[in-house]
Design a protein around this ligand. Structure first.
Ligand code: ATP
Ligand code: MG
Length: 256
């Protein structure tokens, strides 16, 4: 896989931003117009799928440029294509047409292993339906991405991150023993723990009461301000959307 170093940048392979001590310069993505650093660029993305009614285009010709450290809310009605677009931007899914550049690397040119490695190093993703691993406890779920990235001491940062999402007293619970909102917070902790360059979250406060949602919102924006983590959030939560620097509207697979 082409490494960050191959693109003339520091190679923080396996470490995410863990060893960046908070004083690393914003990573040099592709230069967007005006000299702004792009961390994520979508070029004319389309996604077509088969359905019982025939082929369906669920993302239409979407182009988007997101600067390093930016926070973007993706909003729109149910079925508009938000989760599909988020998965394409994160390299979890491949477009039918177009391409995605993450820190200058073309995700559509990488094979599945290459995309998985890049995601492990640079991306955090919170799924709408959490996707926790049922056979692992909350703590083990949060330790997993650190272990996959080769961290020796995964336990302490995982415990600290669970504490930050208010789950210090649920670390030994399996997902089936957690409420929906607690599972969502474990999923958030799992995505936060590697201090990713880009955090994608699909309705991160969707299952939370107002106070817990506000606390999670605060954590997201602390990461954005403190670690320059770029945030791309799908949300129906107006407060959360308003805190983002940019709100992007989606309707029937297109950006408005
Ligand atoms: N694999 C698939 N095959 C067929 N249709 C699909 C597939 N994946 C998504 N769709 C359709 O594409 C549309 C967009 O789905 P998507 O999950 O991206 O919407 P969304 O904006 O995230 O909605 P919500 O707010 O309800 O989560 C939906 O109408 C859905 O039925
Ligand atoms: Mg969705």
């Amino acid at each position: 896989m082409p490494t960050a170093a191959a693109h003339g940048r520091e190679d923080r392979t396996g470490a995410g931003r863990e060893d960046a001590s908070g004083d690393v310069a914003p990573h040099a993505g592709a230069q967007a117009s005006g000299g702004v650093c792009s961390v994520l660029t979508a070029e004319r993305l389309s996604k077509q799928v088969g359905s019982p009614e025939g082929p369906l285009t669920i993302v239409h010709d979407v182009s988007l440029d997101i600067a390093s450290g930016e926070s973007v809310a993706l909003v729109g009605a149910s079925g508009a294509g938000k989760s599909t677009l988020l998965a394409l931007l994160a390299g979890l899914d491949l477009p039918t047409a177009g391409r995605v550049l993450l820190e200058g690397q073309d995700l559509t040119a990488l094979d599945e292993d290459g995309r998985a490695r890049l995601r492990a190093q640079r991306v955090g993703f919170v799924f709408q339906s959490f996707h926790l691993i049922p056979a692992l406890t909350a703590l083990e779920n949060v330790m997993l991405p650190l272990e996959l990235a080769g961290h020796a001491g995964a336990r302490e940062p995982a415990l600290e991150t669970l504490r930050r999402v208010g789950l210090a007293d649920r670390t030994g619970h399996y997902p089936r023993q957690l409420s929906g909102g607690e599972q969502q917070r474990v999923a958030l902790a799992r995505a936060f723990v590697t201090k990713p360059a880009v955090l994608f979250a699909d309705e991160p406060t969707g299952n939370l009461d107002a106070a817990t949602g506000a606390r999670i919102g605060q954590l997201l924006f602390e990461m954005n301000a403190g670690s320059r983590t770029t945030l791309v959030l799908v949300t129906h939560d107006q407060d959360l959307a308003e805190r983002c620097r940019r709100v992007v509207h989606m309707e029937a697979g297109r950006l408005l």
